[in-house]
Design a protein around this ligand. Structure first.
Ligand SMILES: *Cc1c(COP(=O)(O)O)cnc(C)c1O
Length: 406
C-alpha cells in the first residue's frame, strides 16, 4: 500500500487551527540544513524552538535510537530501566541535584515542579503556605497550572477559572519581590532568560536577591531551564553562570535533541515530598527517550563543545551588528550562548512575523519571541560556515521586507 500524498493545504483541513505553520512541509534534515517537499534547502537557525541541540540526524543519536529500538521501547513505571538510571546519574553528577523525575515535555517538568513546591510546603508547614510567585512575560507551558503560573495573560484568557494562589510580578524588580514574598509563599519560579517572553536576560543581582529572599521566607527557588538548559547558553545549565543554586530545576527542549523528554531535578531534602504514589507519568523515563538524552548529555557536556558555543555566539553577535550597520533595524541584542534575540526598532515592532516569513523565502528558518523580537536558537554544534551563510540570508530577508513594506 502506497502512502497517501499530503501537502500544507491538508493542515487546514484536518488539524485543529491552534497553529499556523509556514507554507512548506520539511521532509528531511542533516546537521543545520533542512529540505522541504520540493527539495528547497534551508539553513536552520530555529532548531525546532531550541530543541535539536545536535542538529538533524546526528549519527550518534540515530544509532542510539536504532539500537534501543531493537532492545526495548517501553515498560511503564512498574519497572525501571537502564537508560533512565544512567541518564539520571549523569544529570545528578553534572548539577546541584540529588534526584530526578522524568516526564515528556517542559510543561510536565514544570507541572511536577509546582506540585512538588506545594507538597513540600504542605508537608513541612501547612496548607496556607501555597502561594507561587512568578513573573510577567514568563512562559512555563500550556497545561492549565503552567499557563496560570506563566506571566502571559493571553494564554489564560478563555480558560478560566484557573488555579488560585499565583502572583505575577515585574521581572528583574527586586523591590517588587521583596514586597510580595511572605510566609505564605511556597515557591518563586523564574527563567534565567525569558525565552518566549522576548529573550530577556535576568539581572544577576535579581537572581541573587531571589535566592536570599526564598531562604529568608522558607520558600523554594525554581529555575525553569527548559529553554536555557542542556548547553544552550554555553554552560551545561545557565544557573552556573549566575552562581545561584535553585531547589528545583526543570529541563526539556535541548535535553532530548528532538526526542520528547522532560526532567525535574531537585535535592534530597525536597524530593522526599514526592513520595510513593504522589505523582507519575506513564511514559516518563521511557527507554527510547532516555537513551537518546544520555547521548545528548555525553555530546554536549564537555568543555570543548560548551566553549565553542560562546564563540558561535560571538559570530552571531558580530554578524547581526554588521546587518544592523546597514539597515539600522535592531535596537537591542540579548541572550547568551546560542539563545539570541534582537529587538526590532520601534517602526517595525509588531511585525516580527514578516521577517520570519521573508527569511523562509530566502531559505532560512528563524524564530520570533513575541511581535518585536527575532530569535535564534540553532543546533549547539552548528558549523561556523552555516552561521555565516544563514546571516547572509537574513540580510537578504531584511532587504526584502524593507523593499516591500517601506
Ligand atoms: C518551551 C518552554 C516550556 C514548555 O515546554 P513544552 O515542552 O512545550 O511543554 C516551558 N518553559 C519554558 C521556559 C519554555 O521555553
Amino acid at each position: 500500500m502506497s502512502k497517501q500524498s499530503v501537502t500544507r493545504a491538508d493542515f487546514d483541513k484536518v488539524m485543529v487551527p491552534n497553529y499556523n505553520p509556514q507554507q512548506m512541509v520539511p521532509v528531511r534534515g542533516r546537521g543545520s540544513r533542512i529540505w522541504d517537499q520540493e527539495d528547497n534547502e534551508y539553513i536552520d537557525f530555529a532548531g525546532g524552538i531550541a530543541v535539536t541541540s545536535l542538529g538533524h540526524s546526528h549519527p550518534a543519536l540515530v544509532n542510539t535510537l536504532k539500537e534501543q529500538a531493537d532492545k526495548l521501547w517501553h515498560l511503564s513505571n512498574i519497572f525501571t530501566n537502564e537508560p533512565a538510571l544512567r541518564l539520571a546519574t549523569k544529570l545528578c553528577e553534572a548539577t546541584f541535584a540529588d534526584k530526578v523525575f522524568f516526564c515528556n515535555s517542559g510543561t510536565e517538568a514544570n507541572e511536577a515542579a509546582f506540585k512538588l513546591a506545594r507538597k513540600y510546603s504542605y508537608d513541612n508547614v501547612g496548607p496556607q503556605k501555597h502561594e507561587i510567585i512568578s513573573f510577567e512575560q514568563s512562559f512555563h507551558g500550556r497545561s492549565l497550572f503552567t499557563v496560570s503560573v506563566g506571566g502571559q495573560k493571553k494564554y489564560r484568557e478563555g480558560f478560566e477559572p484557573v488555579p488560585a494562589g499565583i502572583t505575577h510580578l515585574p521581572y528583574n524588580d527586586i523591590e517588587a519581590l521583596k514586597n510580595a514574598i511572605s510566609a505564605r509563599t511556597c515557591a518563586v519560579v523564574l527563567e534565567l532568560i525569558q525565552g518566549e517572553g522576548g529573550v530577556i536576560n535576568a539581572d544577576p543581582a535579581f537572581v541573587k536577591a531571589a535566592r536570599a529572599l526564598c531562604d529568608e521566607h522558607n520558600a523554594l527557588l525554581i529555575f525553569d531551564e527548559v529553554q536555557t538548559g542542556a548547553g544552550r547558553t554555553g554552560t551545561f545549565f545557565a544557573y552556573e553562570q549566575y552562581g545561584v543554586i535553585p531547589d528545583i530545576l526543570t529541563s526539556a527542549k535541548s535535553l532530548g535533541g528532538g526526542f520528547p523528554i522532560g526532567a525535574m531535578l531537585t535535592t534530597d531534602k525536597c524530593a522526599v515530598s514526592l513520595n510513593f504514589g504522589t505523582h507519575g507519568s506513564t511514559y516518563g523515563g521511557n527507554p527510547l527517550a532516555c537513551a537518546v538524552a544520555e547521548v545528548v548529555v555525553d555530546e554536549i557536556n564537555k568543555p570543548e563543545v560548551l566553549c565553542a558555543i560562546s564563540a558561535k555566539n560571538q559570530l552571531f553577535v558580530e554578524g547581526l551588528a554588521a546587518i544592523n550597520a546597514k539597515y539600522n533595524i535592531f535596537q537591542d541584542t540579548r541572550g547568551l550562548g546560542l539563545l539570541i534575540g534582537v529587538e526590532l526598532v520601534e517602526q517595525w515592532q509588531g511585525k516580527a512575523a514578516l521577517f520570519m516569513a521573508a527569511a523562509r523565502e530566502q531559505g532560512l528558518m528563524i524564530l520570533i519571541a513575541g511581535p518585536k523580537v527575532l530569535r535564534f536558537a540553532p543546533s549547539l554544534i552548528i558549523e561556523d560556515e552555516d552561521i555565516k551563510q544563514g546571516l547572509a540570508k537574513l540580510d537578504a530577508a531584511i532587504a526584502q521586507v524593507l523593499a516591500e513594506k517601506s
